[in-house]
Ligand binder design. Structure first.
Ligand code: SF4
Length: 73
């Protein structure tokens, strides 16, 4: 349920931008595109669960819904 158009760069801005590959993508930009395409959910980015990224995570969850809850590990 995306409530307004958001582009890949805006998504990228909300990701940790550390390109750690924990999500299975080569970098955060690729993950951002997968989020838009529906191939990944916010919960796929494990660093995003760290408290320093909480504000960004909440913003992403607002855009994409609470999909993070589906992917707990
Ligand atoms: S897990 Fe998160 S921080 Fe790491 S590359 Fe993927 S999107 Fe970027």
């Amino acid at each position: 349920m995306v409530n307004h158009k958001i582009n890949v760069f805006e998504i990228y801005e909300l990701l940790p931008q550390i390109n750690c590959k924990n999500c299975g993508e080569n970098n955060c930009m690729a993950f951002a595109q997968k989020l838009i395409d529906g191939g990944k959910t916010v919960g796929g980015c494990s660093p995003l669960r760290e408290s320093i990224y909480e504000k960004k995570r909440l913003e992403l969850e607002n855009f994409f819904g609470l999909t993070a809850a589906k992917e707990q590990s």
